[in-house]
Design a protein around this ligand. Sequence first.
Ligand code: DON
Length: 614
Amino acid sequence: MIDKKVILLLSLAFLTGAVVVSQQTAQRSAPNAATPREIPWPKQAVRAAHGMVVADEELGSQAGLEILKRGGNAVDAAVATAFALAVVEPAAGNIGGGGFMLIRLADGKTTFLDYRETAPGKATRDMYIGKDGKFDEEASVIGYRSVAVPGTVAGLEWALKSYGTMRLADVMAPAMRLAEEGFAVGEKLAAELEEERSGLQAFPTSKRIFLNGGRRFKTGETLRQPELSATLKHIAQNGAAEFYRGETARMLAAEMANNGGIISLDDLANYKPKVREVLHAKYESGGHAWEVWTAPPPSSGGVAIIEALNMLKDVPLKGWDDAQSVHMVVETMRRIFADRAAYLADPDYAKVPVAGLTDPCYARERAATIDPAKASSSKNVAAGTPHVCGPSANRDAAPHLVNSLAEGRHTTHFSVVDAAGNAVANTYTLNDSYGSHVTCAGGFLLNDEMDDFTAQPGAPNSLYELMQSDANAIAPGHRPLSSMTPTMLLRDGKLSFVTGSPGGPTIISVTLLTVLNWMRLGMEAQAAINAPRFHHQWFPDRIRMEAEFPLSVEQALRARGYEVERGWYETPSLSDDAKLRKHMGLANAIGIDPQTGERLGAADPRDRGSAMGY
Ligand code: DON
């Protein structure tokens, strides 16, 4: 039996000639299933001659595709997709959070836009430490005090004004339609909202909108968001000024003041997205010249990925059923995460030795500490002393004091390439799934990005046990350190791969693996996304690997002295079986076929992503 949504999408594909492959469309109705069913993973990427949008949700990809077909460029489509995901993927799509956008125009101009949230003016270093001296574990992740000043609306407007071709109201049209008319809640969203019930029901607006007033949403029911629709209309009319200085800003500041939050009107008015210099490195592989363009601080991801690629430059990699290849990559991850912990923070306030960390000469020294036959112990692997070689050599970067820090559970990455070859890689987030779980009167969820700061100097406070330094301590106006890593590769000077992922610290490992799969192992685009993933973050000293990993590799790694954990995100509400199947990251990527120039949309099947092209 084919449900209405499938018929609608098939007719749309037929009418528009769009190539539509969505994991969501492949599913057939299983009304009210508590846990979404497994469905087969696609083996091949979606091919399209002109443009491609790949996102977690088909309605998000569709919004971007609609804009591309109306003559918009990749930036227009990316802004449309971002606003649409704020409606249809409330866990992570957002206007109440922040993120990073990497833009590469067909003429080669490459820009990194940092629209990361900032700490409010009243934020203090110890704001989550109680009178008893203990860390208040809830305050930094749930409720009004966990919210940092959102950057998304300012970022999207900046991107559109700088590189888009269409009006804000036009690119926001799909999002406004989805919020006003509503959309059918899919299996995935229904299950996720149920999983988040305890957090969402603590806040009346969240409960009313996302828990259907407490009755819960069943698969196929319509989710309408009238307050969000009104907010989007105001933004479409008045631009980002609405969000930061207009009625929406006044509403948000008043709600904060009434509920113990600390974001003020001034904080909103002062928010500015920043353009940062893109990190860039060059490699040779498979007889081709490769360039990697990736995220600078306050992301830690680009530095880590370049350091890793440098360390792995001369290491033969055969694939992930080869324990030796996994061993070398794991040891590399261990070392880049040790460096991440010691050196990475907001570059506007901390000295981050980017040049040293990304210097090939430093990577050679760092790689030389790897035993090719045995696991190192993280206790014996400290951060290195990053430096550049040659006449400008300097070794003056001192590591910061390392603490632990939690990272959230949900974020979303989407990729866009248009017919002219302009490309966007965008990762944005509310931090945890559903952020602070507060939905404000404007109908949008607010982030809990304050938890990405080192909230509890000197003691672990972490879901993910990620280590970070005190240079990332809370201070007004600072941006919390991020792992989000939107990344692009060029092959022989031409756009070749657009990638990125959510997943807290695993963002770095997952993005690195997609890059290695494409650039070093020559995998087909979909195979590069499907391939099993693994992660090591220095501490805890263990490899996490997806359940699909060959058992023989796990055994060979244990024999080398590793502790290995199968499965990753442990969602308490899931059955043991489902926990084991849980995956790492959701990388929505686009490859370019070097022969035909076709766009190869590779959505991550782990959470039913959607690639749509024409
Ligand atoms: O910026 C960061 O690194 C985190 N706020 C991202 C959180 C995340 O990816 C959770 N996702 N699954």
